[in-house]
Design a protein around this ligand. Sequence first.
Ligand code: SAH
Ligand code: SF4
Ligand code: F3S
Length: 471
Amino acid sequence: MRSQRLQRLKKVFVKSYGCQMNVYDSERMADALAVDGYEQTDSVENADLVVLNTCHIREKAAEKVYSELGRLRTLKQRRAEEGHETRVVVAGCVAQAEGEEILRRAQVVDVVVGPQAYHRLPAMVRAAQKGRVVDTDFPEDDKFAHLPKLERKRVRSRGVSAFLTIQEGCDKFCAFCVVPYTRGAEVSRPVAKVLDEARALADAGVREITLIGQNVNAYHGAGPDGREWGLGQLLHAVAEIEGVARIRYTTSHPNDMDDALIEAHRDLPQLMPYLHLPVQAGSDRILKAMNRKHTGDAYRRIIDKVRRVRPDIALSSDFIVGFPGESDADFDQTMRLVADIGFASAFSFKYSTRPGTPAADDTAQIAEAVKAERLARLQALLEEQRQAFNRGTVGKVVEVLLEKPGRHPGQLGGKSPYLQAVHLDGAGLAVGDIVPVLITAQSSNSLQGEALRGRAGETNAPGDTAAADVA
Ligand code: SAH
Ligand code: SF4
Ligand code: F3S
């Protein structure tokens, strides 16, 4: 008894790089380690266990890990001099891609664990006392079955908006992309499991659920009726869960935007009017070389369809400039597509050569300076569109989900249906409330507003009045 009481709680520091899938995985790793007595800390200096959940998507992201590991080497030494052990775990997509190589490059690392094997992390950390451990299997057993159930208190501490992984991996093999190799083949979680997890989130006070997957709209999970369900059908079932006021999903592929999904944007008020649909490029020649299997016009037609059923939808996308062989004329097609469609926000990147992907062997690589110049032009246009979109909300009333304290005392911060950050005076309001807010001003990265009345009822904002003019 006595020795147990004196035993210090072990602390784990988890740092997440890359996409939302990694954010979700980091939370689940922390949950699994909690069962072994690890308490999460924000301070790497005090951590007995450091987990870097890494991203391999672009060279810069992958290299960041090694500079972080350099810093951790110094820290580990210092803590050892003070009599504390520190174990270092590399998880995520770099772990999957590089495996043992990481142990060779970085002495400081004790454990390397891939994204499909992290339910074994607690056991691996224990085994690491005897020697370094690597596991980058794609095990037959489903990691979700081995992860601890969501704990109310832990969920609540993470806020009112949560990610829920419904699908993993990718079978699309875009010529530039490492994801099919780091995450493996497409797998969808069964509908019942997804709904159980969604209910657990809602029970713990989560108001907004974002269904995530590398190709979330390729979802085809086993339904309770013995059939495969698509994302459209799944969204309907999630919308029926009490307490789930808002639903989002990400990331989608244009070729998987089927009618059921598009119609869900018309029929489900809980489904927020925001769509992140990566297009990558505007030139058909480049799209073909990228193995995207859609044209610029096909993308435009999908957007038209979505806008027809949900005219106020905010659009977002991903772009790559300087893919091998991209000419000035090709790039102009990307600029044209952006100008034609109009995006509320977007991510854009210089093409980064990834070992093992088909495009890496292409001899027509584009000069760094050309990529930089194209990226600057594209980002200027996208930024103009983002500002114009935000300006368009000023003077309107939008429903805001309050998520956290704002920058100033008494303020609360939240999100509009269009994923814009909104700050307002929080008097009489609480985190988790959804309130109608008159947007009064715009600054570069957020909006300011005034709550029009107290809390909205327990129901959600009816979708078609998500942004109404104050008339
Ligand atoms: N599954 C998603 C996103 C995958 S990665 C999809 O298909 O859209 C997120 C984004 O990173 C991609 O959309 C792409 O724009 C970018 N990306 C992927 N590989 C890249 C590379 N080699 N160089 C630059 N950007 C890349
Ligand atoms: Fe990568 Fe393409 Fe799969 Fe997206 S669809 S994860 S870009 S291979
Ligand atoms: Fe990065 Fe892996 Fe996500 S490579 S973007 S962390 S799937």
